[in-house]
Write a protein that binds this ligand. Structure first.
Ligand code: XBP
Ligand code: MG
Length: 263
């Protein structure tokens, strides 16, 4: 059964490959950014990442790479900044893991309802993130229950960060599915590029850091997951998927059906 799915008959929605940062959770501004700043403070550094600056730094995915790129901009020599980035990121990861375990990071509105609807329909859940395994597990577990995600790919398994397609490719491989059976949900241009390079259709659900990005090639763009009393605006719907004010099972099924016949 699974082999035949991988080899082609993928016009039925079978799984969804979800991003974490910015998608399942609004974790960047009030989560990772705060943790980076605490790590700087504990190391007696004067650097602090404000809300606006952090938005620019998000162009570089992966926390350690982000710190490294920032100190490179400050003119720090390579060997010095690599060592500093590694130690700061290790501490930042501990701080963020504690924040996640204490419940300080919340799901984006409507995510819980979407996951329940997908599960009820037998759609398998997978995660493809550039974040670190140390915090991804505790965060998913606290918010949703880790066992609900059949596949979780983090930077531990896919060290080439997005927009590299390796996290999505590995998620598909572990699901044993063709790309057309498993669309992705992302919040950022780096995430969209990663999903598309791996051959997945991709819904982009923007947030405050990403809404001005140019999501050329996205299969659907929404400004939120949407809830019955708070519908999400449709920012672009190039295939006429016609979501009912929220990202729902029917919309993802229409996307997979389209991807199967187009691919
Ligand atoms: C998310 C990231 C992550 C987080 C920080 O990208 O780039 O690096 O900002 O996590 P995406 P770490 O949502 O596209 O996966 O510090 O653990 O790297
Ligand atoms: Mg993201």
């Amino acid at each position: 059964m699974q082999g035949s799915q991988a080899s082609g008959a993928g016009h039925r929605l079978q799984a969804v490959v979800l991003d974490v940062d910015g998608t399942l959770v609004d974790s960047e501004r009030d989560g990772h950014r705060i943790a980076f700043n605490r790590a700087f403070e504990e190391a007696d550094l004067e650097d602090r990442w404000g809300v606006e600056l952090y938005g620019k730094l998000l162009d570089v995915t992966g926390g350690e790479r982000r710190i490294n790129a920032y100190f490179e901009q400050q003119g720090m020599p390579e060997d010095e900044r690599e060592e500093l980035a590694a130690s700061l990121h290790a501490r930042k990861t501990e701080i963020f893991t504690e924040m996640a375990s204490r419940g300080e990071i919340e799901p984006r509105p409507g995510v819980g309802e979407l996951l329940e609807e997908l599960e009820r329909a037998g759609v398998r859940l997978a995660v493809a993130t550039t974040g670190s395994r140390q915090w991804v597990g505790p965060l998913l577990d606290r918010l949703f229950g880790l066992e609900r995600f059949e596949v979780v790919v983090t930077s531990a398994e896919a060290p080439e960060r997005k927009p590299d397609p390796s996290a999505h490719e590995l998620a598909l491989k572990r699901l044993d599915l063709a790309a057309c059976a498993a669309p992705a949900v992302e919040d950022s241009l780096n995430g969209l590029r990663a999903a598309k390079s791996a051959g997945l259709a991709c819904v982009v659900v923007v947030n405050d850091y990403t809404r001005e990005q140019d999501f050329d090639g996205a299969d659907l763009i929404l400004d939120g997951f949407g809830r019955p009393h708070a519908p999400a605006a449709v920012l672009d719907d190039p295939h006429g998927l016609d979501p009912p004010g929220r990202l729902d099972l029917g919309t993802l099924r229409r996307l997979a059906a389209r991807s199967g016949s187009a691919g």
